[in-house]
Design a protein around this ligand. Structure first.
Ligand code: 5AD
Length: 347
């Protein structure tokens, strides 16, 4: 099965099910996925500087700690100058991609985001800008792309409508989310999608649908991470996603999407102290350390016990460097676009 997945990038549903559900194939899967990542990216690990610039959110996703109904959450927004200062700090630390991530906060209008994006691009023309601010109209996405944004992250969360309904209030729809993803692709963004592993009510069949949707979308970036409960949400008592399920899926994704940019996520590092290293060894090739000011870090609490909330960006960078080396890879100072041909390996 693993050989076929490696050779053809695909498997029938019943075989995917076996690989997803059984840990006995785990080591083989990770090894094969690692071979594939090394073929395209060598041992390079790209870093993305994450700037969590607002935790205001108009949505009310049942799993998320910054959902609108969580009145205990202390809300904050970073101003343009604060965001620029995170970029300056990040640039000096070797970051060449800045990810502006936030809740769905309409305070950040089309114009304001355009202005921030063009300012960053003007100051750091050798850097990529990734946006991750949720579902917005086509024209907003278009304007931000024209202002210089390169990439956009919008996880589809689950590709199954019934499952989607169990995780979100009626005001949201899977159809709209998918539509946003198609718009982003059409505009020309390097587009990222993904889902949580082990989210409440998720079945193996749902996960297979997620993989099928991704095959249709053909994203450049795929983010997955274990679901982790947050105490002030309706799912506060649900159990967390399993480390090994997430690792197997990372490996399956690498084999299905050999050139994709796949992060070893903070959520993976939160459920297990070695989670991110194991993620890299299972096919991931990106890490996304936090560049947000330390004073707001704890407020961007989408799940409980999120790691790296009290260290400065420079400390995280050094710490992560060691972790990545210990797993057999190396952080590089590089814009880190998606690999488009076989001869991509950078000198
Ligand atoms: N556990 C894990 N991941 C979560 N996300 C939101 N809430 C949680 C949680 N409780 C993920 C979603 C979102 C991304 C930014 O974080 O998939 O798209």
């Amino acid at each position: 099965m693993i050989e076929q997945l490696y050779k053809t990038g695909d498997l029938p549903d019943n075989e995917l099910k076996k690989l997803i559900e059984n840990n006995e194939y785990g080591q083989e899967l990770y090894k094969k996925a690692d071979n594939v990542r090394r073929k395209y990216y060598g041992t390079d690990v790209y870093i993305r500087g994450l700037i969590e610039f607002t935790n205001y959110c108009k949505n009310d996703c049942y799993y998320c700690g910054i959902r609108k109904s969580n009145t205990i959450a202390e809300r904050y927004r970073l101003g343009k100058e604060e965001i620029l200062s995170c970029c300056k700090n990040g640039y000096e630390l070797g970051f060449r991609t800045f990810v502006l991530q936030g809740g769905e906060d309409t305070y950040f209008s089309n114009e304001l985001v355009s202005c921030i994006v063009s300012e960053i691009k003007k100051l750091y023309p050798d850097c990529a800008i990734t946006l991750s601010l949720g579902e917005r109209p086509y024209n907003d996405y278009k304007a931000w792309f024209n202002a210089g944004a390169d990439r956009y992250l919008l996880r589809h969360e689950t590709a199954n409508d019934k499952h989607y309904r169990k995780l979100h209030p009626d005001s949201m729809s899977l159809e709209n989310r998918k539509n946003c993803l198609w718009n982003l692709k059409k505009i020309g963004y390097q587009t990222g999608s993904g889902f949580m592993t082990g989210s409440p009510y998720q079945t193996t069949e749902n996960i297979i649908e997620d993989l099928r949707f991704l095959q249709e979308l053909k994203p450049d970036m795929i983010g997955i991470g274990p679901y982790i409960s947050h105490q002030n949400t309706p799912f506060g008592n649900n159990k967390n996603g399993d480390l090994h399920l997430c690792l197997r899926l990372l490996a399956i994704l690498r084999l299905m999407f050999p050139k994709a940019l796949i992060p070893a996520t903070t959520a993976l590092g939160t459920i297990d102290p070695k989670g991110r290293e194991l993620g890299l060894m299972a096919g991931a090739n990106i890490v996304m350390p936090n560049l947000s000011p330390v004073k707001v870090r704890k407020q961007y609490q989408i799940y409980d016990n999120k790691i790296c909330t009290d260290e400065e960006a420079a400390e995280s960078r050094v710490y992560l460097e060691k972790k990545v080396l210990s797993a057999g890879y190396k952080i590089v100072t590089h814009i880190g676009h998606v690999c488009l041909n076989e001869h991509f390996l950078q000198p």
